[in-house]
Write a protein that binds this ligand. Structure first.
Ligand code: AKG
Length: 295
C-alpha cells in the first residue's frame, strides 16, 4: 500500500479499476460487486487485524466495532490495534471510488460488522442515509469481505433500485438487542423482502453501495463467523455538518456524529467547508496527526 498522508492527501493517478458496466450497475441498482479484489497480502493483514480486534474487545456485543481508524476517538473504548487508517486509504479502493465520486475523497467512518458463528445477529433492513450529516448527501460505503459472506452466514442483501428516489423513509431504533447487529429498522411497509438480492462474497471481494440503498441481512446460523470491513467516504464537494450532526443517543450506542474526525485521503477540500481538526488528537498545541504518515 502506498504512503497516503493525513492532511496531505495523495493525488489522482487516473487508474481505471471499474469497467463501464460496473459503473452503470452501481448507478442503476445502488450497489455493485466489482471484479476488483483486495490484493492477497492486504487481505491477510485485514484478516489478522479483524481477528485481533474481535479477540481484544469482548465488551462489544450486539453491535459493530466502529471507527478503529482513529484509536483516540472511541465511543466504544476499543483496543483498536494498528493499520485501520492505512487500510481505509488503500490506493486500489480510492482509485475505484474516484470513478464514482470524483478525485477529492474524505474518509469519515469505519466499522467491522462481525457475525459470530451460530449466534451472529441480524441486520434489519435500513437505509444508511437516515442519520448521515453530509450535505449534499453523497456517501458511498465500501464493504470488504474478511471472511466468506453467504446466505448461510447472513450476507448483506440489497433491494435493487431502492436508492433512486433519494429518500430515507420511516425508521425506528432499538437499543442493540439480542439477535441484532444493526439497530436501525425501516418500516416493513416500505419494501417487499422478496425483492432482496443476496450478495455473496469471497474473502477479498467487496461491494460498493449508495447511501440511499435499502439493505439488510439474516442471522448467522452457520459454523463459521461472517465478517466485513466497511469504509465510508464522501466527495469533498459535500460538507460534513458537525454542528447539526446528531449525538449517539438517538441513533445508537456505537456512533457519535458530532465530534467525528475527517481525513482527507485524496485531492483537496473542494467545498472549503469541511473541518479537519474536530475529533483529532491534539499534541504540543497542534493536531498530532496532520501531515503525519498513515500507519
Ligand atoms: O454487515 C452487515 O451485515 C451490515 C452492513 C451494513 O448495514 C452497512 O454497511 O451499512
Amino acid at each position: 500500500m502506498g504512503g497516503a498522508q493525513i492532511g496531505l492527501a495523495t493525488q489522482s493517478v487516473g487508474r481505471q479499476i471499474l469497467g463501464q458496466d460496473e459503473i452503470e450497475a452501481f448507478q442503476r441498482d445502488g450497489y455493485v460487486k466489482p471484479r476488483y479484489r483486495l490484493p492477497a497480502a492486504d487481505l491477510k493483514k485485514l484478516q489478522e487485524m479483524s481477528a485481533r480486534l474481535v479477540a481484544d474487545n469482548p465488551h462489544v456485543i450486539n453491535a459493530p466495532y466502529t471507527n478503529m481508524h482513529v484509536p483516540t476517538y472511541a465511543v466504544q473504548k476499543l483496543n483498536c490495534g494498528t493499520g485501520w487508517l492505512q487500510m481505509a486509504a488503500h490506493p486500489g479502493i480510492l482509485d475505484l471510488l474516484e470513478q464514482l465520486i470524483g478525485p477529492d475523497i474524505i474518509l469519515w467512518a469505519t466499522a467491522l460488522f462481525h457475525k459470530e458463528a451460530r449466534t451472529g445477529g441480524r441486520t434489519h433492513y435500513h437505509r444508511d442515509s437516515i442519520y448521515y450529516p453530509i450535505r449534499p448527501l453523497v456517501a458511498p460505503n465500501v464493504w470488504i469481505a474478511v471472511t466468506e459472506s453467504n446466505v448461510g452466514n447472513g450476507c448483506v442483501r440489497f433491494i435493487p433500485g431502492s436508492h433512486l428516489a433519494r429518500v430515507s423513509g420511516p425508521h425506528s431504533f432499538s437499543n442493540g438487542e439480542e439477535g441484532e447487529l444493526v439497530n436501525n429498522k425501516i418500516d416493513d411497509s416500505e419494501f417487499n423482502v422478496e425483492d432482496a438480492v443476496a450478495l455473496e462474497l469471497e474473502p477479498g471481494e467487496m461491494y460498493v453501495s449508495d447511501v440511499f440503498s435499502l439493505h439488510g441481512g439474516g442471522l448467522n446460523r452457520s459454523d463459521s463467523a461472517r465478517t466485513g470491513f466497511s469504509i465510508r467516504y464522501f466527495p469533498s464537494t459535500s460538507i460534513y455538518e458537525h454542528d447539526v450532526a446528531p449525538g449517539h443517543a438517538a441513533t445508537s450506542s456505537y456512533n457519535d456524529f458530532k465530534s467525528r474526525p475527517l481525513h482527507l485521503l485524496r485531492g483537496i477540500d473542494r467545498s472549503g467547508g469541511n473541518n479537519f481538526s474536530i475529533g483529532h488528537p491534539v499534541k504540543d498545541g497542534g493536531l498530532a496527526l496532520v501531515g503525519g504518515k498513515v500507519n
